[in-house]
Design a protein around this ligand. Structure first.
Ligand SMILES: [Ca+2]
Length: 219
């Protein structure tokens, strides 16, 4: 089924270039947070640019949360959304433990007891990805968390290949950038970011964002 650029999740065109040979090129940035900028959200559709699943892209899509600012499976604590803004004191715990204030504009994420929370980007057309950048930090009472594990995969022609993985812990903000090679996607191929509980889901309260940068493309 054809994907459309015009859906709930926006695309920011960064710049266009007319090369010396007269070839028109274009690069774009796709940002996870764009999906959550304008609540109330709609129920997920398989045609969306970004979708959110239990465990990985093969798992069920999360239903809409009760306040239409999140997608979540309440029974397993898997959740993504709402947006978190830099400096928002609502995401400071107020408990006796160490506290932090969110340092960037992102999206709340919580892996489940049993299953990870998977963020899936669907290529709307053939594209070459030059960089995948992730921002990750613990918020609220995540000082008591044992960390949230992150795995980044490409899914090309149905074959999953790991690009990288890391685990983040309160209180440091981690910026992770994968630029080691260009990733060629065809329409319908995916980039998958799996937020897992690192063995224990308690206090796994994360603020995350994902940026996917495409290269200039020759026509
Ligand atoms: Ca954990």
């Amino acid at each position: 089924m054809k994907k459309s650029l015009v859906n709930l999740c926006g695309v920011l065109l960064v710049f266009g270039v007319v090369g010396m040979s007269g070839v028109v090129s274009m690069a774009a940035t796709f940002e996870l947070r764009d999906c959550f900028e304008s609540p109330p959200l709609s129920e997920q559709s398989a045609n969306n640019l970004w979708t959110f699943h239990s465990q990985d892209h093969n798992g069920g899509m999360f239903p809409l949360g009760p306040e239409a600012t999140t997608y979540q499976i309440t029974a397993d604590d898997e959740i993504i959304g709402p947006v978190i803004s830099s400096g928002d004191l609502a995401w400071v715990s107020g408990y006796s433990g160490p506290e932090s204030v969110p340092t960037f504009d992102g999206v709340f994420v919580h892996p489940g007891k049993a299953n990870a929370t998977a963020v899936v980007f669907h290529a709307p057309k053939a594209m070459s990805i030059s960089e995948i950048k992730l921002r990750s930090e613990g918020v609220y009472d995540s000082a008591y968390s044992n960390g949230i594990s992150v795995t980044v995969n490409s899914v090309i022609s149905g074959v999953t290949k790991q690009i990288g993985s890391f685990t983040f812990f309160f209180p440091s903000m981690v910026e992770t950038s994968y630029t080691h090679s260009t990733i060629a996607l065809q329409e319908g191929d995916m980039i998958e970011i799996v937020y897992g509980n690192n063995g224990d889901h308690h206090f796994d309260h994360g603020n995350v964002n994902v940026f996917i940068f495409t290269t200039k493309r020759r026509k």
